[in-house]
Write a protein that binds this ligand. Structure first.
Ligand SMILES: NC(=O)C1=CN([C@@H]2O[C@H](COP(=O)(O)OP(=O)(O)OC[C@H]3O[C@@H](n4cnc5c(N)ncnc54)[C@H](O)[C@@H]3O)[C@@H](O)[C@H]2O)C=CC1
Ligand SMILES: O=C([O-])CC(=O)C(=O)O
Length: 424
């Protein structure tokens, strides 16, 4: 079975709960940032046998036990992206992947770490046993967040980097860079309205990525995503280091929302629901393929229209509810953490990782398109084309209708970079 850090966290919570940290039963050993939980476990007959817990103690051979997940079985599977695999295959499949905590050495840099998304995302990434170092970069002060986060006794080291003079240091040697830097929407704005500010921010940051860690996976969150990903691609091309397999626009939140809304509407278990979402990431360019929902569910035409509109407008719903205080942050951090975890698992050798993402694509005539992708050690291994076959009339119509807007968004991003001289 696959492994999951959430399981270990739940186990840690259970194991540590009866005894305060630092009690004689779980006193730290020199050189370990954690405690011997075997002792605590022996004292608690309700705990399952633990072969290791990476968040408290480096160990090997952890077995994933979804039922014991920190967040509960369903949340655990959702965060793992387990539902991204068709249910029939999933049920019959035993993954060969064995997570080895001793081999967890990935360095993850978050650009925009002090923001509404960056801060909770930093916490979630700090919780991953696949991560050895989480680097927090922002132009705003990150010292406090760095100190705060560094007190969590999970293995990843925390390092803070402030201001442009420290940007290169935050990136050197990074395996994965997440970019949630930039301004969020206020009520009445479209995502495209953010272009004037965020295009330059993303361009500048990706120039630094190209110079310091061109081999890293890049996860762009900053809006307007339809344009910021082409911007990033163009910058990498100008620098001669573009690898389309490693550049991702994070659309996981669209999948997370679709799964949640469909499960609620059809009274299904969240763990079972997987809705591929294709297209782009703004209003009508977001196309949830409800006909491809797993497990097989039948929707009335009215349900399809209502659910599609709800998914397309979910970001705006949050923006309006926050009344000028920004856009989705917690659900976005959750979704981004899932995508980071999936990417690192794929990097680590799990050969069975699928996620939706906005990537360079040849599935349609558009240069960038969100679809399900198979992730591997080197990034995108395959684009899953089957989701686009056998669409309903309604989905096919939306797909055709979204193309001109998405094309314009892509071209706007490319033109933005091309019209400016390449940075030295
Ligand atoms: N892809 C998606 O599904 C979603 C994307 N977003 C987008 O994510 C972005 C960030 O949203 P929030 O975290 O809520 O905004 P925020 O304003 O709370 O945080 C943004 C952070 O970026 C930092 N920043 C600005 N310029 C920077 C630079 N040049 N280098 C480093 N850091 C810089 C700011 O100091 C701030 O800490 C927005 O563009 C938003 O639209 C938000 C939700 C979902
Ligand atoms: O709506 C926004 O501005 C933020 C976003 O992309 C989302 O929540 O999907």
């Amino acid at each position: 079975m696959q492994q999951c850090w959430l399981t270990e966290l739940k186990m840690a919570a259970r194991a540590a709960a009866p005894y305060p940290i630092g009690s004689p039963f779980i006193s730290p050993q020199p050189g370990l940032s954690c405690q011997s939980k075997r002792v605590a476990l022996k004292l608690n007959p309700h705990n399952p046998p633990l072969r290791g817990f990476s968040a408290l103690k480096a160990a090997s051979g952890i077995t994933r036990e979804p039922g014991n997940s920190f967040f509960g079985k369903d949340s655990f599977a959702a965060l793992m992206g387990a539902s991204a695999v068709p249910t029939t295959r999933k049920q019959n499949r035993v993954s060969q992947y064995r997570f080895n905590p001793r081999a967890s050495h990935y360095k993850v840099t978050i650009l925009g770490a002090a923001g509404g998304i960056g801060e909770p995302l930093s916490l979630l990434i700090k919780m991953s046993p696949l991560v050895s170092e989480v680097r927090l970069y922002d132009i705003a002060n990150v010292k406090g967040i760095t100190a705060d986060l560094s007190h969590c006794n999970t293995p990843a080291q925390v390092r803070g980097f402030n201001g442009t003079s420290q940007l290169a240091d935050s990136l050197r040697g990074a395996d994965l860079v997440v970019v949630p830097a930039g301004v969020p929407r206020k009520p009445g704005m479209t995502r495209d309205d953010l272009f004037s500010v965020n295009a330059s921010i993303v361009k500048g940051l990706i120039e630094a990525v190209a110079e310091n860690c061109p081999q890293a996976f890049i996860h762009i969150i900053s809006n307007p995503l339809n344009s910021t990903v082409p911007i990033a691609a163009e910058v990498m091309k100008q620098k001669g280091v573009y690898d389309p397999k490693k550049l991702f626009g994070v659309t996981t939140l669209d999948v997370v929302r679709s799964n949640t809304f469909v499960a609620q509407r059809k009274n299904l278990r969240l763990i079972d629901v997987d809705v591929p979402v294709v297209g782009g990431h703004s209003g009508s360019t977001i196309l949830p393929l409800l006909s491809k929902t797993r497990p097989l569910v039948t929707f009335t035409d009215k349900e399809v229209e209502e659910l599609t509109a709800k998914i397309q407008n979910a970001g705006t719903e949050v923006v309006e509810a926050k009344e000028g205080e920004g856009s989705a942050t917690l659900s976005m951090a959750y979704a981004a953490a899932r995508f980071v975890e999936s990417s690192l698992r794929a990097k680590d050798g799990d050969a069975d990782v699928y996620e939706c993402a906005y990537v360079q694509s040849n599935l349609t005539e558009l240069a960038f398109f969100a679809s399900r992708v198979k992730l591997g050690r080197k990034g995108v291994e395959a684009l899953i084309s089957s989701d686009l076959q056998g669409l309903t009339e309604y989905e096919a119509e939306i797909l055709e209708a979204l193309k001109p807007q998405l094309k314009a968004n892509i071209e706007k991003g490319i033109a933005f970079v091309q019209k400016q001289p390449a940075a030295a």
